[in-house]
Design a protein around this ligand. Structure first.
Ligand code: IPD
Ligand code: CA
Ligand code: CA
Length: 258
């Protein structure tokens, strides 16, 4: 049986997922605004977020909300974090690697999280002490021990997010692994590490709504989460490295100490 919180998050995500799916591939009907170069918000992002908030506020009227499009809605106690569409650029381009992210945070600890791709019908969830799941399948990270056998995900910085040392990191990781993937949704990247599809992932300058659920998915699937310099990851960290745990130190050796 699903934990009560995940049940409610699933209800909100599936309802909002129908809106996302309806607008997917309908580029001529989308209103698109640019917040920054390469950083877009579409009418679908706003509609999906409103739908999620409407469902959740019925069950949690008084909590804090931290969302990508509405910012901080102040309340009491726990915080619910929402990214209505993670992978908006993919969404605009008709690439089905997109997700809805909803997580709960209590005292700066993520306790529950979902990542839902309504196009591929993949519903990932994790709850503290209850494991990581996709649809009805329990997830475990991969068992690869040699970095040279591993596929590693990342986010390639663009526009004013570019930091020169990324190219050193990409060079190192490319030379010492079986390949690097840039899938375009950090939330799904982390879910894929939890599912053992990719073996590790690093990215910098992310927001908590991108990775909140994914961090718990990786931990509950037996993986490791840290900052790229090896320090402890906290909900205030913008940079992250995750892995199947077995290759963690080897992966960190290829990243810079920025
Ligand atoms: C983006 C995605 C992408 C990552 C970017 C994020 P958005 O989120 O997670 O994979 O590389 O840094 O901003 O803007 O599509 O919600
Ligand atoms: Ca995002
Ligand atoms: Ca987003």
């Amino acid at each position: 049986m699903l934990p009560a919180t995940i049940n409610i998050f699933e209800k909100a995500a599936r309802k909002a997922g129908r809106i996302l799916t309806r607008d997917f591939g309908e580029i001529e009907n989308l209103q698109i605004q640019s917040k920054n170069v390469g950083d877009f918000v579409t009418s679908a992002d706003l509609k999906v977020e409103q739908s999620i908030l409407e469902t959740l506020k019925y069950y949690y009227p008084n909590v804090n909300y931290l969302t990508e499009e509405s910012g901080h809605i102040k309340g009491d106690g726990e915080t619910i974090i929402i990214d209505p569409i993670d992978g908006t650029s993919n969404f605009i381009h008709g690439i089905p690697f997109v997700s809805i992210v909803i997580a709960k945070m209590i005292n700066n600890e993520i306790t529950d999280g979902v990542v839902y791709n309504p196009i591929l019908n993949e519903f990932y969830w994790a709850s503290l002490g209850k494991g990581s799941w996709c649809n009805n399948k329990r997830l475990r990270v991969s068992k690869r021990i040699n970095l040279t056998d591993c596929l590693i995900g990342t986010g390639i910085p663009f526009s004013n997010r570019i930091y020169e040392k990324f190219y050193t990191e990409l060079d190192n990781v490319s030379k010492n692994t079986a390949g690097v993937r840039r899938l375009g949704s950090a939330a799904l990247d982390l879910a894929y590490v939890a599912a053992g599809k990719i073996d590790g992932f690093w990215e910098r300058d992310l927001n908590l709504w991108d990775i909140c659920s994914g961090v718990l998915l990786v931990k509950e699937a037996g993986g490791k989460v840290s900052k790229p310099n090896g320090d402890k990851w906290t909900t205030k960290s913008r940079d992250i490295t995750v892995s199947n745990s077995l290759i963690h130190n080897k992966l960190l050796e290829n990243l810079t100490l920025l």
